[in-house]
Design a binder for this molecule. Structure first.
Ligand SMILES: Cc1cc2nc3c(=O)[nH]c(=O)nc-3n(C[C@H](O)[C@H](O)[C@H](O)COP(=O)(O)OP(=O)(O)OC[C@H]3O[C@@H](n4cnc5c(N)ncnc54)[C@H](O)[C@@H]3O)c2cc1C
Length: 398
């Protein structure tokens, strides 16, 4: 088999990349180990993705945003940061940005579904193909081309291989690219709950003592009209396992208590999902005829909600470079082109990756000096308008 680009992974990043290259006339094969049914109709996975205005703009250009129903898109107008048992909150409002909302919250499985449907609409008479239920087991590249081996025994030759196969990318490893990985030793539980007290479309990031909580405002429950949020609890792995398996009434009471009853009565509305917290930053984003995008390029800690937002930024940068090279009849896998992508994406992502590492170390430390320091930082931050503007700009993706 032969093509121009092999994309390994048909998750949100791989699919958005295929869509953004679909008008270039390039032939592409997307490969994913998941079955066709799972790709076509992904199941709820607990994740509500906070999208920046910048990301929404990219998804609109790709024709993906409009494939997501309005009821599934919830506006994010405020972000509140809380510390310990204090009632004080650093409040970042949309009025600090140029928008009526800082960003939008959309369920991850619906982003996947919309991205999949948009690629299906652009198969360009077979120039784009999705191979489901196939796992990439080997990659070889040299000056003249690339060869991708599949578990089924098939092989595909291509000009360029792009890995979009998650933060634990086996393709990146096959290419000999090492990565800095940080295992936080904690897991995140995510689920949707209804609650008595309105959220006013504010997201909470609550650095409690012995736990980190987040609340992501969703649109009201379509049937009952009850207030609804995505609830995120970060704890050591064994504690999360216990919470996932707790019977529902006991789970509801425990989450109400963990939220200090601030949301009144809370009721589980969906399945519960757990994710181990590991952040990943590879030494290189590119190699010979090889590039990484999405989490395979930058695997963020979710606390600053930038993983997929960075994924879209990288896709935008890389696809523009490939389309420009293609229109000039140049090599789409040229070393210099890939290096420019790497340099740009590193500049766009490295600072926030480092800031996120700092936030997670100071804001989850249980030492008394750290608890005091973050209290002081939050209270000082509330009075420094330029600081709040920077945070608002980051949330909006500017
Ligand atoms: C709890 C949580 C909350 C989050 N919240 C936010 C948020 O608010 N905002 C935000 O921007 N981001 C957020 N993120 C991050 C976001 O979910 C990820 O950045 C995004 O889903 C990554 O997409 P991806 O396509 O790169 O990888 P994935 O979704 O991991 O997809 C990778 C695909 O590759 C396939 N694959 C893997 N290996 C192979 C192989 N060898 N052969 C073939 N196929 C393979 C897999 O089957 C999969 O389909 C959050 C993440 C978590 C865990």
């Amino acid at each position: 088999m032969e093509t121009d680009i092999v994309i390994v992974g048909a998750g949100p990043a791989g699919l958005c990349l295929a869509r953004s290259l679909s008008a270039s006339g390039l032939r592409m094969i997307l490969i994913d180990q998941q079955g066709a049914d799972e790709l076509e109709d992904p199941k709820f996975d607990g994740r509500e993705i906070a999208l920046t205005q910048k990301s929404v703009g990219i998804l609109k250009t790709l024709g993906i945003w409009n494939l997501i129903g309005a009821e599934a898109k919830s506006s994010l107008t405020h972000a509140r940061i809380l510390n310990g048992s204090s009632r004080f909150a650093l409040d970042i409002g949309h009025e600090l940005s140029d928008y009526a909302e800082l960003g939008w919250l959309v369920p991850n499985h619906l982003i996947r579904k919309a991205a999949y449907d948009s690629v299906q609409q652009q198969l360009n008479g077979g120039r784009i193909a999705i191979m489901a239920g196939e796992r990439v087991t080997g990659v070889e590249t040299d000056d003249t081309g690339a060869l991708v081996h599949l578990e089924s025994g098939k092989a595909i030759s291509a000009s360029l291989v792009i890995a979009a196969d998650s933060r634990f990318s086996s393709t990146r490893r096959m290419m000999g690219i090492s990565a800095d990985m940080h295992d936080f030793g904690k897991s995140m539980l995510v689920c949707c709950m209804t609650h008595d007290v309105p959220h006013h479309h504010a997201a909470w990031e609550w650095f409690g003592y012995g736990q980190t909580l987040a609340l992501l405002p969703m649109n009201p429950d379509p049937e009952s009209g009850a207030f609804r949020s995505s609830v995120v609890v970060t704890l050591p792995g064994r504690e999360i396992d216990r919470l996932v398996n707790l019977d529902v009434p006991a789970f509801n009471r425990e989450i109400e208590r963990r939220f200090d009853q601030r949301l009144g009565r809370m009721t589980l509305a969906t399945t519960r999902h757990a994710y181990p917290l590991v952040s990943v930053y590879p030494k290189r984003f590119v190699g010979k005829r090889f590039a990484t995008v999405g989490d395979a390029a930058v695997g963020m800690h979710p606390v600053t909600a930038h993983g997929f937002n960075f994924g879209l930024l990288g896709i935008d940068t890389l696809s523009r470079a490939i389309v420009a090279a293609r229109s000039k009849g140049l090599d789409i896998a040229d070393d210099a082109l890939l290096q420019r992508y790497e340099n740009h994406h590193r500049r766009m992502t490295r600072p926030l990756y480092m800031i996120t590492a700092f936030i997670t170390s100071v804001y989850t430390s249980e030492s008394l000096p750290a608890k005091l320091a973050r209290n002081i930082m939050l209270r000082a931050g509330e009075h420094v308008r330029p600081f709040k503007r920077i945070v608002a700009a980051s949330l909006a993706g500017n």
